[in-house]
Design a protein around this ligand. Structure first.
Ligand code: BG6
Length: 497
């Protein structure tokens, strides 16, 4: 049974958006379910000068107005803190000591870095200088938000810095995709059912396809995104973690390091990209202006904060291979982009067809697909062939499906809710380990380098609201991407699971 010890959660960058949009709502949900420890406080910290009350008013913006919130907000406190030198953290240290005394909380602290990444090295150092990073008696943990580095070199550098002040088992690198219930369910689907795992290899699987589509654009984050692009923003972290879960070997036990060892092994087996392969295996795109539902939509280069000549990709599709025993020769396809027709994230396992087409030609036999829908309408669907009723032996594809929404009285916890609780309980299974983050960077870095240094590698435009450049289809070598949402209705797109 996992327990949550009494502690204080310090959020750096507490006046920012993430705190009120994600962290406080997640903490409130934990509070309502009585999953927070009996003695618990949040200490918000940032440069903005606020009182406790002003901080409370600000961060409960996305909570309902009710008695629960009135009680919950009493656990929120605030300390202004600057970060020019280590001494600037003294008021924070004193405030922590005062709160531990006043509330009877032991000196267990979680430090959450929700600041601009430029402070990811500085804050741990100042915590260390003030004797807050390690303790013989109490736990000290550090949660680091993404992005973890902007390239391989900076990720390595950040790991080295953090490890000067915290041990690896104190560091929790967030990847909110790992907090998604459906991503975790991938392990259960694979390793608790006798029917899937025997088929989960190159003998039976033809290809694996992962799509993470967003209908939103850069939403006011143009300044950040233009220096990032889809490869850094989505592929290096979220989608590579999904690949890890789809492709890993069974872990020895369900425990942080056992699972993370297997993910790292998958990343170590990724076939590296050579420069001359890149334009054939990787397609990048950028959305252009268009009209969606009778409204004019600006192109990426017209977005605020974006360079009008930008060559930053808002779409990426790639084909790659995992050179190990299980996956020899199986192509993996990944596709992600902004301003696509809808928001959907799913993994599609395409099984090979039967060896002999008993019921006529190949068009009368089907390729089974297992579709793991991460979001929205979370669930799993198996497509298989069935006899069309009537004379003859015509085969048609039918679905067997499960939707989380069908489970009575079950609410799927938000990713941040799950991840925060895990950290409070000292479980790092769903956080990325330093070596895996570096391996994932190592995989994407040659692509980023080639794009940055070789202007001949094209970046294709695609009208906002479409499925990205058509060139992405050519990656599939005769097969097609699954287009889950193509039936236009009056309300927009209908997405079948
Ligand atoms: C974030 C990216 O990490 O993930 C965003 O920075 C992206 O650009 C978001 O929109 C997608 O997350 P989700 O949970 O909405 O799929």
């Amino acid at each position: 049974m996992r327990t949550t010890s009494n502690h204080i959660l310090v959020i750096f960058g507490a006046s920012g958006d993430l705190t009120k949009r994600k962290l406080i709502p997640a903490l409130f949900d934990l509070y309502k379910q009585k999953l927070l420890p009996t003695k618990f406080a949040v200490l918000g910290a940032s440069r903005t000068s606020l009182t406790d009350e002003e901080f409370r008013d600000r961060v409960v913006e996305f909570l309902p107005e009710n008695e629960d919130v009135a009680e919950f907000r009493k656990q929120l406190f605030y300390q202004p803190v600057s970060n020019n030198q280590a001494d600037d953290f003294l008021p924070l240290k004193l405030r922590l000591e005062a709160l531990t005394q006043q509330l009877g909380i032991p000196g267990n602290y979680i430090f959450y870095l929700s600041t601009p990444p430029s402070l990811y090295g500085v804050i741990p150092e100042f915590l260390h200088e003030n004797g807050l990073s390690r303790s013989e008696k109490y736990f000290r943990r550090l949660i680091v938000e993404k992005p973890f580095g902007t390239n391989l070199a900076s990720a390595k550098e950040l790991n080295v810095k953090l490890l000067n002040y915290f041990n690896e088992d104190q560091i929790y690198r967030i990847d909110h995709y790992l907090g998604k219930e459906t991503v975790q369910n991938m392990l259960v689907t694979r390793f608790s059912n006798g029917i899937f795992e025997p088929l989960w290899n190159h003998n039976y699987i033809e290809r694996v396809e992962i799509t993470s589509a967003e209908s939103l654009g850069v939403e006011g984050r143009g300044g950040y995104y233009d220096h990032s692009g889809a490869m850094r923003d989505m592929v290096q972290n979220h989608l590579m973690q999904l690949v890890g879960f789809v492709a890993m070997e069974p872990p020895v036990v369900v425990e942080a390091n056992a699972i993370r060892n297997e993910i790292t092994k998958v990343f170590q087996s990724l076939r590296p990209f050579k420069e001359n392969m890149i334009s054939r295996h990787v397609i990048r795109g950028q959305y252009t202006s268009s009209v969606i539902k009778n409204e004019n939509v600006v192109g990426y280069r017209e977005e605020p904060g974006v360079d009008p000549f930008s060559r930053t990709e808002t779409f990426v599709a790639l084909r790659f291979y995992i050179d190990n025993w299980r996956w020899a020769g199986v192509p993996f396809y990944i596709r992600t982009g902004k301003k696509l027709p809808t928001r959907v994230t799913e993994v599609v396992i395409h099984f090979k067809s039967v060896p002999h087409h008993l019921f006529g030609n190949s068009s009368n036999s089907i390729n089974n697909q297992l579709i793991i829908r991460i979001q929205p309408d979370e669930g799993i669907l198996l497509k298989f062939g069935m006899k069309t009723p009537g004379s003859g032996f015509d085969v048609q594809t039918v679905n067997m499906d499960f939707h989380y929404s069908d489970l009575a009285n079950v609410t799927v916890p938000s990713a941040y809710e799950r991840l925060l609780l895990d950290c409070m309980q000292g479980d790092a299974t769903l956080y990325a380990r330093g070596d895996a983050v570096e391996q994932a960077w190592e995989f994407v870095q040659p692509i980023i380098n080639a794009w940055e240094t070789n202007p001949e590698i094209p970046i294709y435009g695609y009208p906002a609201g479409t499925w990205g450049p058509e060139n992405a289809d050519e990656l599939m070598k005769g097969a097609n991407w699954r287009y889950p949402c193509k039936n236009l209705t009056n309300d927009g797109l209908y997405c079948e699971l």
